[in-house]
Design a protein around this ligand. Structure first.
Ligand SMILES: [Zn+2]
Length: 56
């Protein structure tokens, strides 16, 4: 499940219970919307592709 922090707008993917934003430590976060989740997944894909390029 993808979450968005309401304080710092950091997005993170976690399985199971989340208590705090891993970036700022705020407990004020919410599940990401469908649009936000799509954006997050696109970003993740691009990021992993770039790191693959670097190691190749
Ligand atoms: Zn945060």
């Amino acid at each position: 499940m993808v979450y968005t922090c309401k304080k710092c707008l950091f997005m993170f993917d976690r399985v199971g219970l989340v208590e705090r934003c891993p970036d700022c430590g705020s407990e004020n976060f919410r599940p990401a919307s469908k649009e936000e989740k799509a954006e997050f997944e696109r970003f993740q894909k691009e990021f992993s592709r770039k790191s693959e390029d670097r190691t190749a």
